[in-house]
Design a protein around this ligand. Structure first.
Ligand code: PLP
Length: 397
């Protein structure tokens, strides 16, 4: 892979005609060390946020040993890329064939579920295995998050007693998991959800071995600057410690966005300017799905060698395909004199960016370049985490 010291350096020396994904393994490693050293439990990486093998290897080297996978293709990918990783199949509605392959061919023992039907399916597909770690997914509120995950999955509190008791009968280890929605803007999202976990445990009177607080940990974007992750960890730890569970119970989390957002950005070229609209060479069908469809704002910077004195002006972007939906409203603030031929870096696209890319209309691309400069924003820049060479997860309680 081509390596360069900076995004500007790539733009100036390569003058790429197609968009280039700029990867920053050192930023992802810093995030991984932060979670593996500071989260008061075990951190699983949620692979769907960004399944790039470069990222998987980076996270592994920085101490992430467990991976949250949701499809048989993700199971195979991680098993192939990181043969020693522990895989947890955390999609509550799985194909029976996928469960069977995961259990018998890839050694997967951890599965989530939110219904009795899924429990029966898991038991059938694993031929009544007695070494299963089964996590019951509770439905919780997404009110504090920018992206809801509250409608599709999760067992209601009213049905949790029966499901927890039935799962306890067949599980070697019983867990309760939830997902507060992505980009949770306050630690309260987790403490409220953990209150629901408490109610479920009390109601069912079962021994719970794992509490998995899921993903949702935020990254930082324009207009969406969250409180420090320390505050989340502290609040989660305190709420976990007060649950009616045994001293040996484990606390897990499943960050996707927080571990991957800083891993990559995108280098695009302006092909045309029309007023305050820039026609760029990547868009809604490329790495900018969230910018187009959720109105998500990403940081941008103009890459020119000389300092720019022009005032910042709000722009919107059109992507390269031939339809109106390929539009990113922004606003994206750039110097007033931006013109065709300029290069722009769009930051914080490591999570749900390149993972969403398609080849629609012939504009797919897989150009990658590693750069050594800082990501455009970071939650981890000032964190003194000790570089670790080991994959041993230290569980701190
Ligand atoms: C998507 C997902 C995650 C990751 O969520 P983020 O908001 O990216 O942290 C974790 N767990 C499950 C079950 C998911 O579906």
């Amino acid at each position: 892979m081509y390596k360069h010291h900076s995004a500007l350096g790539v733009a100036l020396s390569l003058k790429p005609a197609a968009p280039v994904t700029l990867i920053r393994p050192q930023a992802a490693a810093r995030a991984a060390r932060f979670f593996s050293q500071k989260f008061p439990g075990r951190s699983l990486y949620a692979v769907k946020a960004n399944p790039s093998p470069e990222l998987l290897r980076t996270l592994w080297s920085a101490g992430i040993t467990h991976y949250d996978v949701a499809s048989v293709a993700e199971v195979r990918l991680v098993a192939r890329t990181l043969p020693q990783a522990k895989l947890c199949f955390m999609h509550p509605v799985k194909a029976e064939e996928a469960i069977r392959e995961a259990y018998f061919q890839h050694g997967v023992r951890t599965f989530s579920l939110d219904s009795l039907e899924e429990l029966e399916k898991i038991v059938r597909a694993t031929s009544g295995a007695e070494d299963l770690e089964l996590c019951v997914r509770l439905r919780v509120s997404s009110e504090h998050s920018k992206l809801s995950l509250a409608s599709k999955f999760g067992c209601d509190l009213a049905d949790a007693k029966e499901l927890l008791m039935a799962t306890r009968q067949v599980a070697d280890a019983l867990g309760i998991c939830f997902h507060v929605g992505s980009q949770a803007m306050t630690p309260q999202a987790y403490t409220q959800a953990i209150e629901r976990v408490r109610a479920a445990i009390v109601d069912a009177s079962v021994t719970v071995d794992i509490v998995d607080v899921g993903g949702g940990f935020p990254s930082t974007y324009p207009g969406m600057e969250p409180p420090p992750l320390h505050d989340y960890f502290r609040a989660i730890h305190r709420a976990f410690e007060s649950l009616p569970i045994s001293y040996s119970a484990e606390l897990w989390c499943e960050p996707g966005r927080a571990l991957s957002a800083e891993f990559s950005s995108l280098l695009v070229r302006v092909e045309k300017r029309r007023g305050n609209e820039l026609f760029i060479n990547d868009g809604a069908y490329g790495a900018l799905f969230d910018a187009a469809h959720l109105g998500w704002r990403f940081p941008v910077q103009l890459l020119r060698p000389e300092a720019n004195e022009a005032d910042l002006v709000a722009f919107s972007f059109y992507g390269p395909t031939c339809d109106d939906m390929d539009h990113m409203a922004g606003p994206f603030h750039l110097p007033a004199d931006v013109k065709a031929g300029d290069y722009i870096e769009i930051g914080m696209l490591g999570a749900y960016g390149s993972a969403m890319r398609t080849d629609f209309n012939g504009f797919g691309t897989d150009a990658l370049c590693e750069v050594a400069d800082e990501p455009m924003a970071s939650l981890y820049r000032d964190e003194a985490v000790v570089p670790s060479q080991s994959n041993v997860v230290q569980l701190r309680r």
